[in-house]
Design a protein around this ligand. Sequence first.
Ligand code: GLC
Length: 801
Amino acid sequence: MILNTELEYKGNLFPSKIISYEKNRDTLTFTCENNVALQVTVIRDSVLRFRFSTTSIFEKDFSYAITKYASRGYNFLEVTEDDTNYIIKTSKLTCHIHKIDLRSAIYDAKDNTLICEDELGFHWEESYHFGGDIVKMSKTAQEGESYYGLGDKPTDNNLKGKRFENWVTDSYAFGKHTDPIYKAIPFYTALHHDKSYGIFFDNTFKSEFDFCQERRNITSFWAHGGDMNYYFIYGPQMSDVVANYTDLTGKPHEMPALWTLGYHQCKWSYYPESKVKEITSKFRELQIPCDAIYLDIDYMEGFRCFTWSKEYFPEPKRMVKELADQGFKTIVIIDPGIKIDKDYWVFQEGLENDYFCKRADGPYMKGKVWPGECYFPDFTNPKVRDWWSDLFKELVEDIGVKGVWNDMNEPAVMDVPGKTFPDDVRHDYDGNRCSHRKAHNIYGMQMARATYQGLKKFSYPKRPFVITRAAYAGTQRYTSSWTGDNVASWEHLNIANVQAQRMAMSGFSFVGSDIGGFAEQPNGELYARWIQLGVFHPFCRTHSSGDHGDQEPWAFGKNITDIVRKFIELRYQLLPYLYTAFWRYASEGIPILKSLVLFDQEDRHTHHRNDEFIFGEKILVCPVNAPNSRGRRMYFPRGNWYNLWTDALVEGGQELWVDADLDTMPIFIKEGAMIPKYPVQQYVGEKEIDEVTFDVYFKLGKESSQLYEDAHDGFDYIKGRYSLRDFNLIGKDKEVIIQQYKSGKYDAPYQSFKLEFHGVPFKIEKVSIDKEGFVCEDIVLNGETSIVVDKNFREIRITGK
Ligand code: GLC
């Protein structure tokens, strides 16, 4: 007879001593006396996966985050043991697994520095409320350790001393430190003693991270279900940690079409058609470059996805064509909520095929969004994704829409306390059936994936373009993203700056903010300063909610229009530079934006910087982030930097004042850099590029630069039809040598490069191109002089007296 049904609270439970060990190729399994098991898989010499089970039974291995294209394989693996530890050695790491309690400690294989060590290590608590375990991990923070990453957290770059939650959440007008917001990217990088490593906790349940907040020298993370399943990624360079994380969770599946890196204009909402045309025509009239125009929810019939309002957009195909004739690509919003309407074909198809999410006890998951009561496709079911992808046929193939904007995909539900589905909603999870507790964080990702699948199919042979609000680790494979509903305030300009850097550090570079702020209205000064920042974000779009007034480049008077134009023009000039940085990202996982700590981790001054960042490899940018400023102080990382506007050379490793009236901002170029530029165009493809200009910045010493090009759309580049030019600049007292190596089968239509030299300290006497010298009597290379050369030159030697 049961007398007492009270639960005995067991608190934290721990592994006991290891009683068996097994090695199966790259995976080592340690089993403890109390049935806890740990699998350590050697993914690469610098990447180890740790997976724990509290029952020694491992469930089917499945992850939405890890890409099938991730690199695997190591050069060296040896497992030995001594009295206290099992010792796993690769060419990069030594990992100790303590025999008595399964705790691990990881060392740099070269110099034996302790990199990362378990404190309590793996432990867990039984979750009486939901069943299963709350899985936990704690590690000892090393002296001076700093933490970065974690997706879109709107807080300072360095996360030390703070605690965070990962649960994607619709967060209208979020503020500094609001947590969680739209994205869940449970990956951080850590840095101490000049060495960096990363941890990716691949668990889609609600997870939490504590960076020395609860206890001063302990870092911990835990999740409300699922496995303790994390990847340890060693650098020691932080840029390698990020690149390896990006390799694991995926690089963008293709290069973006070049036009997607142009400027985009958006508002909630431009309608009817005449309004859209008024906007696009104004761009052309004022000669402000712009490539994309967005249609927000009002283009639809009663907010029904895949329909068009007959009243506002009676002939979408004609309109989209006319916009295209002006050089505008039309991008439309598609939300996940499907209006409950028996006469609506998308609803009917979803219902007939049983594609909508259901509650645990049977009925459909019903929730209110823009269209009123909706059902929601279960994007975690591959059949649903296929169906969804096919829904884009008419929009893309017939009407000619060039991109799709996925919003509200957290999923957001209105008028309910949690702002999303209840926990009990069921999901297919690609055949691993589960509740919303597990699927919530990846719902938006799977929606964006299904949308991407559709765009890829129907845009072919052009490249697809998708933008999403919600994301989990790995979403960067399919789509770009923006930072959600921000506010027109100076504080938010700062938040946008850090968020874009943080996302880039979290493997997701193709990101930008709603320039000028979504909620409320900026004044002209704030808008201009935000455009200055925004043109240095990989995704560059103005967006605002319509009820707060106009937010087009001309909405704030002529002075501001001129400043905005100047910076958007600069963006268009820098497109080949940005495209090259994107190629580095898509091929090697190198983030397009680099926070200073990522750029130079050995310089302690960089560990707490928020404002300055490197755009691509060579351009140092620092937005002006306060009203009425005529400049600001900023930190220059080590090295020498040319002021873009004046060519003045600044020595790095110090903080300095920089003048920056409203029509300018602090932009600096790394010495030795060769920055490729296209002419200003009103939209990508407006002009045939007949020459590429390089701004060449003198350096005493060596520096390398690159230019990547291809057809800027289509997939031929995958078959080798790209052009990669590697340049070496070698500067001496009286000489500059530039060497070029070209690879790839693409031949750009232009024939020549114009090299514009900056900072050359001598008077030129002779220029020799591919050993054919000629004497230049009247050229003084003082920053204004240029030479035009055949694009396929091998070596240029400029000598002076
Ligand atoms: C959400 C989006 C915003 C959009 C609005 C209407 O608030 O974040 O970008 O304009 O919904 O669709």
